[in-house]
Unconditional design. Structure first.
Length: 119
């Protein structure tokens, strides 16, 4: 099993920045991809970004491309999401997730951290 704990959420004004962290514990060696997802009030959860275990491969949703940066520090078992130029529409609960296989569903999920962007 793998446990994921997010932190770093909060209230920020539009145009501001936040950095989310996700620290993993347990059988972390089994996780090949880490991702960030978000769920806004009244909406379905959506993909934000993902990063391969090596850190060499990243992918982003079009809505955050150029503003968000995903990175990881394997020595600390931590994945980061640097969020810049935040917009009110970025307001959501952000979830960290881990996936064992290269494709398919994510196997592990954190409890989420709330981000609120005021206009």
């Amino acid at each position: 099993q793998v446990q994921l704990v997010e932190s770093g959420g909060g209230l920020v004004q539009a145009g501001g920045s936040l950095r989310l962290s996700c620290t993993a514990s347990g059988r972390t060696f089994s996780v090949n991809y880490m991702g960030w997802f978000r769920q806004a009030p009244g909406k379905e959860r959506e993909f934000v970004a993902r990063i391969a275990q090596s850190g060499s491969t990243t992918s982003y949703a079009d809505s955050v491309k150029g503003r968000f940066i995903i990175s990881r520090d394997n020595a600390k078992n931590t994945v980061y999401l640097q969020m810049n130029s935040l917009k009110p529409e970025d307001t959501a609960v952000y979830y960290c997730a881990g996936r064992i296989s290269a494709y398919g569903s994510y196997n592990y999920w954190g409890q989420g951290t709330e981000v609120t962007v005021s206009s």
